[in-house]
Design a protein around this ligand. Structure first.
Ligand code: HDD
Length: 663
């Protein structure tokens, strides 16, 4: 299918196939392994221009990493709206169901540097660039619907607290350290988001199975100039899954690329991940109808109160050709909006509007970053901006100002009726003050709502999350202050965490009184489709090629990824083989396990594999022989999610649940 952005990128792609090596000045190079020297063992000569250029360019290959969200991975795709949304917005990509809009998405972690592991406990960035025919719209969101702070002036403080501590640059990739938890305790508005990060949401299984949230309240504006408040959501068609914390930690060593590999390989295989764009809409006259301020980015709009409408679908179907050229140089900005979409007075959003352009200038070396291929809109760009570092255009003509008569006043402005952007005409009236609105000051009701909405397993995981993270702090004062904050949300939570980390339970119960729940907050509500899951088939002894073939058939029919794992690699038939060994495969790299054994003694590696998969609550299938041989393993052969069967399709039944928490 034709995709305007791909066509544009294709025009700029460089292909070396069959080409002669040249310098950057186009001179053909005859020698690329030995510098020019005086005699074979003599001094090198500076006049070797190819050597100088090659080294000079290499010396400058690195650019600053993003100040936050440094570690990320991107892919291309397409978006299509289901129905014409012109009742709400004039945006062309949201009103034309026949139109396919190219997108580029970058997922990221927040805290860690570019080389940090993927599976740390953290918020995940979910930034989408829509290349619409009316310009670029960036939805620069996260996988958690709320944010730590209410005002952008506190962003440097938040990030200084969560990043590795400045005196020893530790820890890398996580928030389990004193300065983050000190920030948490001293800045109560961070409570809600922190609860989400300490829940299973903080350790997603992969990028394909995360939700996305625009977080802020934006405005949709229709052709008549009428506005509605809106929150944007991405709902993953793949469902939502998380890792177990122990598994996430092991993966940080076993495969630091775990998430990017999953996304890359899924797309390479043609198993394209999809998300539905969903909207929550509040009419202007309802602005004050809620017990939270709709402009406060630390609050959700509970879906039971403000329903979510699915309005379109995004498919990621193409990996980038070059990660630096595309993903690393991509510049997202919540201020990139198109006609039909506008901002609100959310003070966090307003501050972001300054930060993103500013940071791109130091990261990409000047204000012309919009001309880098990945950042170019698919529609034409014309204005009177000129010069600056790395200018890629050659502008014609004498005139670079507005208004002019010399060039017929081109480039000309466009009336709003014909697609020129017009800011929403909100009426504002007030005094200049530096003060947070009283309506932003309820810090505990929504954390309690979140807690009340989790199921028992999710609650227990959250207790473990808090206990690990706060427990890692060195300062007793910080630990105590953090637990004192939890005591304002929920007494039981505070008690359990206090006990786990050895601080005192505050004397008075200060918990916010609320039984409210929202049915859409538990991850349980997501249906998890079978395709895309993975199975490790461990082979002990001699298992016939026919048997393996019958298993492979079931996996292929159900779109399951699989690997046959044995002591040594072995080709079994033309199509099938043992591709992984007990040295290369690891239980954390698979979603489930099948052990096929003959009656020989079980390999100890298989026993360890099965025990860890059991500990991480994964579906397990043992054939009869394997079950007998695993009698002494540290797992309950009759426990939940353990199946003893010689039937290849038992794995489908075993995947009725992706995790068996009730072991
Ligand atoms: Fe931010 C990057 C998401 C608040 C300042 N942010 C960045 C990225 C995402 C978010 C997904 C990575 C984009 C990419 O992949 O290139 N940020 C958010 C969300 C926020 C938020 C959902 C709150 C709702 N951010 C926020 C504030 C500020 C920033 C309040 C500053 C006042 N964010 C930045 C930044 C970054 C960034 C420093 C670093 C790299 C970049 O922009 O391009 O400007």
């Amino acid at each position: 299918m034709s995709n305007k952005k791909q066509d544009q990128l294709n025009d700029m792609k460089k292909d070396n196939d069959g080409k002669a090596l040249t310098t950057n000045n186009g001179v053909k190079v005859s020698e690329d392994e030995n510098t020019l020297t005086v005699g074979e063992r003599g001094p090198s000569l500076l006049e070797d221009f190819h050597f100088r250029e090659k080294i000079m360019h290499f010396d400058h290959e690195r650019i600053p990493e993003r100040i936050v969200h440094a570690r990320g991975f991107g892919a291309h795709g397409e978006f299509q709206v289901y129905e014409d949304l012109s009742e709400y917005t004039s945006a062309d990509f949201l009103t034309q169901p026949n139109k396919t809009t190219p997108v580029f998405v970058r997922f990221s972690t927040v805290q860690g540097s570019k080389g940090s592991p993927d599976t740390v406990r953290d918020v995940r960035g979910f930034a989408t660039k829509f290349y619409t025919d009316e310009g670029i719209f960036d939805l620069v969101g996260n996988d958690i619907p709320v944010f730590f702070i209410q005002d952008a002036i506190k962003f440097p403080d938040l990030i200084h607290a969560v990043k590795p501590e400045p005196h020893n640059e530790m820890p890398q990739g996580g928030s389990a350290h004193d300065t983050f938890w000190d920030f948490f305790a001293q800045n109560p508005e961070s409570t809600h988001t922190t609860m989400w990060v300490m829940s299973d949401r903080g350790i997603p299984k992969n990028f394909r199975q995360v939700e996305g949230f625009g977080v802020h309240t934006f405005r949709l504006v229709n052709r008549e100039g009428q506005a509605h408040f809106v929150k944007f959501h991405w709902k993953p068609v793949q469902g939502l899954e998380s890792l177990v914390w122990d598994e996430a930690q092991i993966l940080s060593g076993k495969d630091i690329d775990f998430h990017r590999k999953d996304l890359y390989e899924s797309i390479e295989k043609g198993d394209f991940p999809e998300w539905e764009l969903a909207l929550q809409i509040i009419r202007p006259e309802q602005e004050f109808d809620f017990d939270f301020d709709i402009l406060d980015p630390t609050k959700i709009w509970p879906e039971d109160q403000v329903p979510v409408q699915k309005v379109g679908k995004m498919t990621l179907n193409r990996n980038v050709s070059n990660v630096f050229d595309e993903t690393e140089q991509a510049t997202f900005h919540p201020g990139h909006i198109v006609p039909g979409i506008d901002f609100t007075n959310d003070p966090l959003l307003q501050g972001r509007l300054f930060s993103y352009t500013d940071t791109q200038i130091s990261r990409l070396g000047g204000p012309n970053f919009n001309q880098i291929p990945i950042n170019r809109p698919v529609n034409e760009v014309h204005n009177n901006q000129r010069d600056a570092m790395h200018q890629m255009n050659v502008h014609k003509g004498q005139v670079a100002y507005h208004k002019n008569a010399l060039n017929n006043n081109d480039p000309h402005t466009t009336p709003k009726e014909e697609g020129g952007y017009e800011h929403y005409q909100e009426k504002v009236d007030g005094h200049k003050i530096q003060k947070r609105s009283e309506s932003f000051k309820d810090y505990y009701s929504q954390p309690k709502l979140y807690l009340n909405s989790l199921n028992e397993d999710e609650y227990n995981h959250m207790v473990q999350g808090f206990s690990f993270e706060i427990g890692m702090c060195k300062s007793i004062m910080v630990k105590q202050n953090a637990v004192n904050q939890l005591n304002k949300v929920d007494r039981k939570l505070a008690e359990e965490v206090a006990q786990n980390i050895g601080v005192t339970v505050p004397e008075t119960n200060e918990e916010v009184q609320s039984e409210s729940k929202d049915s859409q907050l538990t991850m349980e509500k997501f249906n998890i489709p079978l395709p895309g899951h993975s199975v490790a088939v461990l082979i002990n002894g001699d298992i016939s090629a026919e048997t393996l073939k019958s298993y492979a058939k079931v996996f292929t029919a159900n779109k399951l990824n699989y690997a046959f794992v044995g002591k040594h690699p072995k080709s079994i038939s033309e199509d099938y083989g043992i591709t992984e060994t007990f040295n290369t495969a690891h239980p954390t790299l698979f979603d489930s396990l099948i052990v096929l054994s003959d009656d020989s003694d079980i390999n100890p590696s298989i026993e360890e594999f099965a025990e860890l998969s059991y500990k991480h609550n994964k579906p397990l299938v043992f054939n009869q022989h394997a079950a007998e041989k695993l009698k002494n393993a540290k797992l309950d052969l009759y426990g939940s999610g353990v199946f003893i069967s010689d039937e290849p399709d038992t794995i489908v039944k075993a995947f009725e649940r992706a995790r068996y928490w009730d072991r």
